[in-house]
Ligand binder design. Structure first.
Ligand code: ATP
Ligand code: MG
Length: 613
């Protein structure tokens, strides 16, 4: 496993320092170094993988890491490791210790939409005059422990909201990290983790935020390796703090290792990325070199409009295909999802398999799948009345509005919503009895142990979805549910391959913390279309970056807010390419009923490229 490492990588892999920071440019093998160190410690120093915790930026990156480790030290040992995102780690910590904060292990995670509907309900029930947005401001004050409230009405509503989340055994997505931090402030919790995981590894450290870093500091692992690249910090807009890595690199407690050899890309690509990033002023000095000559030079192509641009991509890909290449060798990157859907449509027209890696085409977001999942959420956590409300009348047949509002009134007077529903609409009893029968505890209960997709399928059956769709000729909605099931099945397979749990509880928590790369299908031979944010950490033989226009990329907004972060985004995109990097731009675009002409992106000049028409 040390074979083929360069001296700097070798140093980081075998170092006996307790604190190591690898700060290096794209494609220099930071992730490889991290993985090799895990294997090395296990193999040479007999350190058990079950005592190692690797925090990756995406679940996919965690799964890939496990695969690599399996190939180095064996499957069983890889399975014993924790390799997952910070959020997934927080979920497990809250499952273990959340009861210290009044949270039972079967808690539900609330998305912003769930939160909003709770707030709406609160405003209605309390009959207060308050706007949802204002109540949210007060809720955030609570979360941050501040006492600055908009008005008495909003304070009342926010207090009631907090109480209801607790009563529902629910936690909002944006509190996952914060509550974990609160737990780690209890020495017993920090100590448990310190003992359980003496070895901690963090990839993509430049994109950790303040709370994540604070958790690691309270954790105080015996041995810590962080790796990252300040050039690739692209999540400042959502609270990531690039200073974390810069401060660590200055901290004498850390052995800092710099890697300079890029193994991913050919020289023209490395040169272009170096030339681009030099235009940023706030950053560390870093060298990036490669000895891989590149025959094909980075090209820039100009097209009349987006249709022509997309048609070129389709052509190019077909040529690549005819020459024996695979569709999946090629990735299309863009600043926004909107640009990608145009390319996708064009590719599909030409019968080229193409997938957008985006939450926009999320099969789990479809209304029927959402309802089905709410039904399961309620089964897992029967205190969760918010989920019950959204699934009680699904599929639409059980209860009248009158019964529903009657039950809501009763539920306001000390009854649980379930009791109130059973009284108001006796036919609901079947619904609840069925839930009880399915979830009743017992070692042989397959609800808790089967693969998530099987459980979801079983629940769809219990709800009589298929008959309902057939009776009402709702083929589309039936297809939606099937697509959701396929997605869940794929997730289960991925989890199994990495030796991770694939049960329904794990699935239901994951769906709230899923990230863009959860939509990436590595094993499918299709062109995959990413926003640059979603492509982080990945590499492709050919990268086509579309829409290289001033105002599109860099976006107008970013030029006012954070032009350097935007340039780092361009750097991330460019450095995903192994052999071919192609930049394209439409001279004109059409939107909001008018045509706009564009100038080429300033990045083209900064990359040191000339425009080819
Ligand atoms: P990023 O900044 O994009 O996350 P990275 O620094 O994590 O990149 P890796 O993904 O670990 O880089 O490595 C980039 C590529 O270079 C991978 O294909 C990896 O296998 C290869 N690589 C890394 N180190 C070596 C080496 N010493 N010899 C040969 N190939 C290497
Ligand atoms: Mg990496």
């Amino acid at each position: 496993m040390l074979n083929g490492l360069n001296p700097a990588q070798h140093q980081a892999v075998t170092s006996s320092s307790k604190r190591i920071c690898v700060l290096a440019g794209a494609g220099t093998g930071k992730t490889k170094t991290l993985t090799s160190r895990i294997a090395y410690l296990n193999d040479e120093h007999r350190i058990g993988t079950s005592g190692m915790l690797a925090l990756t930026f995406t679940r996919l990156a965690g799964l890939e890491m496990k695969e690599r480790i399996a190939s180095l030290v064996g499957e069983q040992k890889a399975k014993e490791m924790f390799c997952n995102t910070f959020h997934a780690f927080c979920v497990t910590a809250l499952q273990r210790y959340g009861n210290r904060l009044g949270l039972e292990p079967n808690f539900t995670i609330y998305d912003p939409e769930d939160q909003e509907s709770v707030v709406e309900q609160v405003i209605k029930d309390l009959k207060v005059k308050a706007k949802v947005a204002d109540v949210f401001l007060d809720i955030n004050c609570f979360i941050r422990g501040e006492e600055k409230f908009k008005s008495e009405a909003t304070r009342l509503a926010a207090t009631e909201y907090k109480y209801r989340l607790k009563r529902n055994n629910a936690i909002s997505l944006d509190e996952l990290l914060l509550r974990t931090l609160i737990l780690f402030k209890q020495e017993a919790v920090a100590e448990y983790y310190r003992e359980s995981y003496p070895y901690v590894f963090v990839d993509e450290f430049q994109d950790t935020d303040e709370i994540q870093w604070e958790i690691i500091q309270l954790f105080r692992p015996k041995n810590l390796l962080v790796v990252g690249d300040d050039f690739q910090a692209i999540y400042g807009w959502r609270g990531a703090r690039v200073e974390n890595i810069l401060e660590v690199a200055e901290d004498p407690a850390y052995e800092v290792v710099k890697l300079e050899q890029n193994y991913r890309s050919t020289l023209p690509i490395v040169d272009a990325s170096n030339s681009l990033i030099k235009h940023n002023t706030k950053q560390t000095e870093k060298v990036l070199v490669t000895d891989r000559p590149g025959d094909p030079v980075v090209t820039l192509l100009d097209f009349v409009n987006e249709e022509q641009e997309a048609a070129y991509i389709a052509d190019h890909v077909m040529q690549h295909r005819r020459a024996g290449g695979k569709f999946s060798d090629v990735a299309v990157l863009a600043r926004t999802n909107r640009q990608l859907s145009l390319v996708k449509d064009k590719l599909r027209e030409g019968a080229i398999p193409a997938l957008i890696i985006s939450k926009d085409s999320d099969p789990l977001a479809k209304p029927d799948v959402q309802k089905l999942l709410k039904y399961i959420a309620y089964m897992i956590n029967p205190s969760d009345e918010r989920s019950l409300r959204s699934c009680i009348n699904f599929p639409e047949r059980r209860i009248t509005d009158l019964q529903m509002s009657g039950a809501e009134v009763d539920a306001g007077f000390g009854k649980s919503l379930r009791e109130a529903m059973e009284d108001q609409a006796p036919k609901c009893r079947n619904f609840f009895n069925q839930i009880d029968a399915t979830t009743r505890n017992g070692d042989n209960n397959s609800f808790w142990s089967d693969d998530a997709w099987l459980v979801i399928q079983g629940c769809a059956f219990d709800l009589g979805l298929k008959d309902f769709y057939t009776d009402h000729s709702l083929q589309n909605r039936y297809e939606d549910v099937r697509a959701g099931l396929t997605f869940a099945q794929r997730w289960c397979n991925q989890q199994h391959a990495a030796g991770e749990r694939a049960d329904i509880q794990t699935f239901m928590k994951w769906i709230h913390i899923r990230d863009l790369q959860d939509y990436y299908q590595r094993d499918v031979d299709a062109i995959q279309l990413f926003t640059i944010h979603g492509s982080k950490g990945l590499e492709f033989d050919t990268v086509i970056m579309v829409g290289m226009n001033q105002g599109t990329f860099p976006s107008k907004r970013s030029m006012k807010t954070d032009p350097e972060e935007e340039r780092r985004l361009a750097y991330v995109g460019v450095t995903r390419a192994k052999r071919h990097l192609i930049l394209t731009r439409p001279q004109t675009t059409f939107g909001y009923g008018k045509m706009t002409e564009h100038e080429p992106s300033q990045y083209i000049r900064e990359l040191g490229l000339a425009v080819q028409v």
